[in-house]
Design a protein around this ligand. Structure first.
Ligand code: NAP
Length: 244
């Protein structure tokens, strides 16, 4: 039987694992281990890094095909998967949710990096809400050290934040009513986000539009070259079946 390694950590990876298990496919989801209490998918799960390209290449001895369904901003893992699969001769498919599109009436400011996002947010407001995760928070310190930042994160940040910042631990999916309340109570004057795509965190974009709050949005990094990309779980199922 074909054994599939599914690089996960996203809602669509969990949805895919459900479907593969239901179809009788031997799938193992790999999680980085960043979150203390992760939502676990159906099927087998392994947790923790592989040890770079060489470690992943060695691990591929146990699998016949790989699906990279990691987050659009998890670029190191995707690049490692491309290199290791090429070296080990394993087929690789990338499942990536589409990016977001600005709706009518919104005010989005696209930037290419977190450093640029910090500068733009500082120019737009003094009460930013940061929803960019915890790993990149350090990039916001120079420009926003004196601002009344509300930083929403899943896990506590490893850096210490300025006294004027508030760190809010929470995990999506989020609803519009809650996002309106969050932005309203903080009196947010700018929201910062990555172009994560998907529905789990989309309500904040609608809430910001409704309240007239501008959004600074970090563009996606350039994807790994030469890897076939699909956008739906159904497309992955068809691909996996072609290897069975
Ligand atoms: P990253 O920077 O691309 O990867 C850094 C290292 O973490 C990789 O080299 C690998 O270590 C390990 N790693 C990452 N994803 C892994 C996986 N699924 N299984 C095993 N090891 C993994 O990754 P990241 O941005 O920190 O994201 C980590 C995880 O969180 C990913 O699974 C991603 O899908 C999920 N996630 C990320 C974001 C985000 O904004 N970046 C948001 C939501 C969820 P080794 O080199 O030792 O193999």
């Amino acid at each position: 039987m074909t054994r599939v390694l599914l690089l996960g950590g996203t809602a669509e990876a969990r949805a895919l694992a459900d479907r593969l298990v239901a179809a009788g496919i031997d799938v193992t989801t790999s999680l980085a281990g960043r979150v203390a209490d992760p939502r676990l998918p159906a099927g087998a799960v392994r947790i923790g890094g592989f040890g770079g390209i060489d470690g992943l290449r060695a691990a591929l001895a146990d699998y016949e095909a790989v699906v990279d369904a990691t987050h659009p901003f998890a670029t190191t893992m995707s690049a490692n998967a491309a290199a290791a699969c090429a070296a080990a001769g394993r087929p690789l498919l990338r499942l990536e949710r589409p990016g977001w599109t600005e709706p009518a009436g919104a005010s989005w400011h696209w930037v290419d990096s977190h450093e640029q996002a910090a500068q733009r947010a500082a120019a737009l407001g003094r009460r930013p809400v940061l929803t960019i995760g915890r790993q990149q928070l350090g990039a916001y310190l120079p420009a926003l050290a004196d601002a009344a930042v509300l930083a929403r994160v899943v896990e506590a940040p490893s850096i210490s934040v300025p006294p004027g910042w508030t760190v809010l631990g929470d995990r999506g999916p989020y609803a519009l009513a809650g996002e309106l309340a969050l932005l309203g109570e903080h009196r947010a004057d700018v929201v910062v986000t990555k172009d994560s795509g998907g529905e789990y965190t989309w309500p904040k974009m609608l809430a910001a539009r409704e309240l007239g709050v501008p959004i600074v949005i970090v563009r996606r990094p350039v994807p790994a070259l030469g890897v076939q990309v699909v956008h739906t779980v159904e497309q992955v199922l068809v691909w996996v079946m072609s290897w069975c």
